[in-house]
Write a protein that binds this ligand. Sequence first.
Ligand code: SF4
Length: 76
Amino acid sequence: MKDVTKEYSNGEVTIVWKNSLCTHSANCVRGLGEVFKPREQPWIQPENSTTKKMIDQVKKCPSGALSYYMNAEKEG
Ligand code: SF4
């Protein structure tokens, strides 16, 4: 599979997902189903939750496929 890195932002935080690292453990889907929706496009919908909840969930990704950055930090 081709390495794809995708970014999804709610304007405050950006979630970064690397498909080649994702083991499809679905931790993220179970933990925060309103954001991580593997059957939908886009499959990560950050506008459905809070920045804090998403960061907590991103940190629980066992494979390292998910990471995040604060938009303000990147710009400044
Ligand atoms: S928790 Fe991480 S490895 Fe598991 S499905 Fe989500 S992104 Fe992929």
